[in-house]
Unconditional design. Structure first.
Lengths: 208, 208
DNA sequence: TTAAATAGTGAATATTCGTTCATAAAATGA
DNA sequence: TCATTTTATGAACGAATATTCACTATTTAA
């Protein structure tokens, strides 16, 4: 086991402060319009200091995304691996996600812009790594949905399509919440998502 | 009626060529990583010439988005205003959209990145205008869905939520298609979207 | 034919950052 | 205390690029 001294702990604290400052500034103005000196100012460090902790602007940015993505992925995967019914797990994952998003509004402003950016996925090593993580998540979800199909809980459809549809609904409502000027609890939409995804919007006659 | 001479027609043709070149380059590398001289080169004009047609890089970019958005909006709205059943109209709109997207792949790479960018919506006059158009479309869709609710075709839910859910599913599958390395006809997914949106994914016992 | 107007050009300009580095300040420990 | 190591700093450097403008080529119309 590693013994970490005060020195090291302090270093990590500073790193964390820089990351938090970066999160805030990037969330407001996007990658390209954010300058290193703005981040430095927000973090109350000199510009040069940032480079003692991160090799470049890009590395700072991707580290930020990478660490938070890792965190939410761990949470969600844990729930997806439970032994309960598929429907139950989906419901819980939605609640988890919405809670996490609500607690990390700034971060998700960044995340949502990143999701639909092609510019790096090709070029950059870091960019590829992030993209991998997003893909992994979808595939994990699809596997669970397939389990639902096999068990007869869900209709026989292509699980990847279902997974995309579900995350699509989530993203769309969550995006709306992000830009809404009068914020309401996002969690209040979790049930709507679940309901539409499972049972659709068409009115049907029920027979007892 | 305006009589347009050869001169004017030629000018418009050049403008169009510049827009087409810009579309291509922006789609590949995004707004910030595209340079005016790349666009000029692609369009086979000098750098300075671009400024004879567009006031700035931003104006060029937004004009591009604005004009195509207008086009798809016209198409879709026409269908949404038909007198057929709501379900019928939704189905047709999905087909229209998917066809249009398939024909304008480059443009939609740009569009999809723009959808989730906050950076301008606040700052810029042009940016605001685009954002308005996106909102207008959603509201229009929601109005039709409300009609479906009132007529008893759809379940009684918040129409805006339904509209967001539907566009969410569309965007998600369409995005997947965009980044897919082995392109398949996007139109083949129209039915999946319609099916999930209307009837959901849950398997139910049917009774005759 | 020729003068005036228009369209096109790309090198030069000015600005904006990402990054570096010589120095200062602080911490360490002998 | 004083020498050494570590950490922080922000001015200065250099690359990138949006925009301008003095100039050329082309078209117009008198």
């Amino acid at each position: 086991m590693e013994k970490v001294g005060r020195k090291e702990r302090e270093r990590q604290a500073h790193r964390g402060e820089i990351l938090r400052a970066a999160e805030k500034v990037f969330a407001g103005k996007g990658f390209f319009q954010t300058t290193m000196s703005e981040i430095a100012h927000e973090a109350e460090f000199g510009t040069g200091t940032l480079y003692k902790y991160f090799k470049s602007k890009e590395e700072l940015y991707f580290t930020l995304i990478d660490e938070k993505t890792e965190e939410i992925n761990r949470l969600v995967n844990a729930e997806l691996c439970r032994g309960t019914s598929v429907k139950e797990r989906i419901k819980n994952v939605l609640n988890l996600e919405f809670q996490f998003i609500e607690k990390n509004r700034d971060f998700f402003r960044i995340y949502v812009s990143e999701r639909s950016r092609f510019e790096w996925t090709v070029k950059d090593e870091l960019g590829k790594k992030i993209h991998e993580k997003m893909v992994t998540y979808i595939r994990h979800l699809a596997r669970v949905l397939k389990e639902g199909v096999d068990r007869g809980e869900l209709k026989p459809m292509e699980p990847l399509d279902m997974a995309h549809a579900l995350t699509g609904i989530v993203n769309s409502l969550f995006f709306e919440w992000l830009i809404s000027p009068h914020p309401y609890p996002l969690i209040s939409k979790a049930n709507t998502v679940f309901e539409i995804f499972l049972r659709g919007t068409e009115k049907m006659e029920r027979r007892k």
